[in-house]
Design a protein around this ligand. Structure first.
Ligand code: FAD
Length: 438
């Protein structure tokens, strides 16, 4: 460690992205001292814990396909070869689509791109879907209410069998435990970073520094428990990143949006039990993570609890914020009752009368193209903008961050695929716009 630094690296934020990054940095730079810190009492307690923890490689952009496909394969490796059970269950993803949605050019391009990238998927027609999921309502002919609600009928199902769900807490545990085995520095919790320490580089020790004509660099963080100096600051602060970048004049280019999950149990309703135990899609004999054709409503099976987690990718009408606010912690029960439930019950009448036994809410951090940012500038390494899919991209993002830290031109993702280390940067971005966001 050089100069007056206390650590070589301080990683701010111990969500899935922070713990994975701390691990790769320590593994590849064993002589460096790395402090991992978070303001919460433990790792993975913020949006990582709020996620549906579903993982899919079915994206439209080749960038997201690559980030997720390699990360998911690594998670599979953790579970199957390393033996750390992530409760990774390959239930698949099923998009239910109307004829006009299926034949829309963006869906056709999406399928073409998946084929080019060797992402496997299957198409089911309406008749097959009805046979496999008898409780699915595919047709709204003559249903005025459905017409009023703009509900599209079901003509096709697009199914990805390599996708699934896992337990995000266990994934956090894995990276954290591996980091702790390698790092001489214990992670610290309950420490909140209030400001980035931007200084002149080099310092002249003149009052009023840094002046506009000086080079500048972030040399650490100011926390509620004092200053911590570090040569490199890693910001893995998700939907709160702008709060730290804005005051020093850096534009994070992300924005936050609130998202919900509602928990429903299947056991006391035979129709829901049958739906949960749908056969034919995967070896687990369960219904896949399913996205309805209308209103952005989706559900994932929850096999340990024998139920469903219901969510909604609401777009127009739900505000963006520059950072996640406290309101995000409070789920809105009327949102389930008035927005989600009426749609759910039209497609799956077995949900009739089903009320949530639990709910929570959190935030997405969106980038403008729905592809994450990983960049190193002014002494800070920023990982943000996972756009609602940070669990499934965390491994690849962390490996890219490590390559940037080391000044390497390429990052090696799991499985050996090499990518330019600056591909997710703000200025040298080599990505397409993602269109398949849930
Ligand atoms: C309802 C919902 C459903 C989702 N479903 C999925 C899904 O199915 N699949 C998927 O891949 N993704 C999903 N996501 C998105 C996923 O949860 C995020 O992309 C992912 O958790 C981002 O990880 P992170 O480490 O950046 O953020 P976080 O887990 O939010 O971690 C950021 C950490 O930074 C800390 N922090 C912030 N500011 C400071 C500060 N100033 N000082 C100290 N610490 C600070 C916070 O305490 C927090 O622990 C979902 C999100 C929500 C809300």
């Amino acid at each position: 460690m050089s100069g007056d630094y206390s650590f070589d690296i301080v990683v701010v934020g111990a969500g899935i992205i922070g713990v994975a990054t701390a691990y790769y940095l320590q593994r590849n730079n064993p002589s460096k001292t790395i402090l991992l810190l978070d303001r919460l009492p433990a790792a993975g307690q913020a949006n990582t814990a709020m996620s549906a923890a579903a993982v899919r490689n079915m994206f439209a952009s080749s960038t997201n396909q690559l980030l997720t496909d390699t990360s998911i394969k690594y998670y599979q490796h953790i579970q199957e070869e390393i033996g750390h059970d992530l409760l990774f269950e390959r239930c698949g993803y099923l998009w239910l689509l109307s004829d006009s949605q299926f034949n829309n050019v963006s869906i056709q391009n999406w399928m073409k791109r998946m084929e080019e990238s060797n992402i496997h998927y299957r198409i089911y027609d309406k008749k097959q879907l009805k046979e496999m999921i008898p409780g699915l309502n595919v047709d709204f002919e003559g249903d005025d209410e459905a017409e009023l609600m703009n509900l599209q009928q079901v003509d096709f199902g697009l199914f990805g069998g390599d996708c699934g769900v896992l337990d995000s807490t266990r994934l956090v545990e894995y990276y954290l435990q591996e980091f702790k085995k390698l790092s001489p520095v214990k992670p610290r919790f309950g420490i909140s970073v209030e400001k980035l320490l931007l200084e002149a580089n080099p310092k002249l020790d003149v009052p009023g520094e840094p002046f506009v004509w000086q080079k500048k660099k972030v040399n650490g963080v100011i926390t509620n428990k004092g200053s911590i100096r570090a040569e490199t600051v890693v910001l893995a602060t998700g939907a709160w990143t702008n709060k730290l970048l804005d005051p020093i004049g850096m534009d994070g280019r992300t924005k936050a949006k609130k998202r919900h999950i509602f928990v429903l149990h299947a056991e006391d309703k035979s129709g829901l039990r049958d739906l949960l135990d749908t056969k034919g899609f995967c070896d687990l004999n369960t219904i896949p993570f399913t996205i309805l054709p209308s209103a952005g409503v989706y559900f994932r099976p929850q096999l340990q609890e024998r139920g469903f987690w219901i969510g909604c990718a609401d777009k127009l009408g739900r505000c963006f914020n520059y950072i996640q606010t406290e309101d995000y912690e409070h789920p809105e029960s009327t949102y389930y009752e008035n927005s989600i439930y009426p749609v759910l019950v039209k497609y799956f009448p077995s949900f009739e009368g089903a009320r949530p036994v639990g709910s929570w809410a959190g935030g997405y951090s969106y980038s403008p193209d729905a592809i994450p940012f990983v960049y190193k500038e002014n002494g800070i390494l920023v990982l943000d903008g996972a756009s609602g899919s940070g669990i499934m991209k965390a491994d690849a993002m962390a490996r890219i961050a490590n390559a940037l830290y080391r000044g390497e031109a390429e990052a090696e993702l799991y499985g050996g695929k090499k990518v330019p280390a600056d591909m997710l940067s703000q200025n040298e971005r080599k990505v397409e716009v993602e269109s398949v966001i849930i």
